[in-house]
Write a protein that binds this ligand. Sequence first.
Ligand code: NAD
Length: 466
Amino acid sequence: MNSVPNDNRIQSLFNHQEKAFLEGENRTYQERRGHLLSLRKLILENEDQILEALKKDLGKCQFEGIISETLFTIKEIDHTLKKLKKYMKKRWVFSPLLQFPVWSRIRPEPLGKILIISPWNYPFQLLMSPLIGALAAGNVVILKPSEVSEATSKVISELVPKYFPESVVGVVEGAVEETQALLSLPFDHIFYTGNGVVGKIVMEKAAQNLCPVTLELGGKSPCVIMGNNDLDLVAKRLAWGKFFNAGQTCVAPDYVLIQEELYPRFVENLKKYIEEFFGKNPKDSSDYGKIINKRHLKRLESYFDKKGDDLIFGGEVDEEKDYLSPTILRANVDSPSMKEEIFGPILPIISVANFDEALGAVRRHPNPLAAYIFSQDNHYIERFIEEVPSGGMCINDSLVHLTNPNLPFGGRGASGMGSYHGYKSFQTFSHMKSIMGRGTFLDLPVRYPPYKGKISLIRRLLSWFG
Ligand code: NAD
C-alpha cells in the first residue's frame, strides 16, 4: 500500500485524466463497451485471487464472495452491456406549439472526472458496481478502495492497471490523508459509500468545488414480524440475511420487532437455523465469516453482557481470530444494541404488543437504508410500505432486493442521498443536457418590444398552444 501520501502522484493522475477526458477519452459507444468488457475480463481472469483476498480480509467463503462480489458485479456489467446503446440514445421530447418551428431533445453526457470511495464490507463490489455506471456514462474515474480491507485493496490496485489505461481508470490506495487529498480536487462527481460521519466530511469538501455527491450510507434497518406468518421460513430467511458476511452488510436486518405471541417460536426456529447453517460451533464453519478487525470486534462486544440475561444465544468471542458467533439478544428500545447501527452478527429481538408499537420503535431512529416486514397480512404490509420512510424495502425476505438492477439502490436522509444500479447508475453519472432547436422560416413578432397591447394576445396564444 502507498503508506506515504503521494500528493504529487494524486495530482498528476487527476491532471492526466482531466486532459484525457477533454480530449474525448471514453466517449464513444465502442470505447465504453470495451472498458466494460475489460472489467468483465479482469474479474473472470482473476476471480480466485479476488476471492482469496476477500477470505483474508473478512473470512468470506467462496459462495458468499461469488454471489455478493464477483458474480454480482458481472451480472451488473452484463445488464449494462445489454442496455448501453439504449441508455446512450438522445431522447426527443414534446415542444410547445407556440415555439413552432421547434424541436427538443435530451442528450445524456458524461459528467467528467469521477471519484469513487468505498468501504471494507463488500470491498470489491462496492467499488466496481459504481464504476460500471461511471464507465457506461462515458467518464474517467479514480477509485479509492478502503484501507481497512487491505488485501482486497492491494489486489485491486495491482489488477486495474493491467486492464485499463490510467487515463480512464486509476487507483489510489490509502487512508484518511490520501482520501482528503483526493477530496480537495475539483472532481465532477464524488460517489462515497461508508458511514455518515465521513459522509459529512465528503459533502463538506465537495461543497468547496460545488461538486455533486452520491452518499451511500447505513443505519438501523428494522425487521417487523407481524400477524399471520410461516415462522419457520421467516427464521430461515432472516438467519441467512442477518449472518451473511457475519452481519457486516449495510442492509442487514439490524433488529427485530415481533408480535409477542410469535416470539418464543420464532427464537427457537432462529436457533435451529443458525445451527443448521453453521453447525454447533460456527468457528469451525467454513461458511461463516470473521469480524473485519479488533476495533470492530470490541465495539460489537460492548453491545451485550456475556453473563447477562439478555444474551439468549451465542455471544462467543475469540479475539485471536476476530471471531464473534451468531448472537441473539432479548432487547428493548433502550438496550445498548439499539443505540447505533450494529454492523455485525448480533440480532436484538424486541417483542411488541402490536403493529403501532413496532412503528413507534422504528420511528425512534433516522430513516434506515432498508426496512423489512414478514407477514401474510396485507393490511400490515400496506401500512408498512406507506408509513416507513426507508431507502428501500423487501417484503417477506431480506437483502435480495439489491439483486434487481431495475430497482434503484440508495438511502434517504441519514441513510444517504442519490442512488444507483442499472439505469439509475447511468443517470447518476450523466448530465442530461436539454437542447432546443428552432427553425428560421417563421418568427412570430408578438414577443418583441414594444410590448404595449401584446400581453392579452400572449395569454390567448399560450392558452391555445401551450
Ligand atoms: P471505511 O472505514 O472503509 O470508510 C469508508 C471510506 O472512507 C474508506 O475508503 C476510508 O478510507 C474513507 N475515510 C475514512 N475516514 C475518512 C476521513 N476522515 N476522511 C476522508 N475519508 C475517510 O468504512 P465504514 O465507514 O466503516 O463502512 C461501514 C459503513 O458504511 C456502515 O455504516 C454501513 O452501513 C455503510 N455502508 C453503506 C453501504 C451502502 O451501499 N449504502 C454499503 C456498505 C456499507
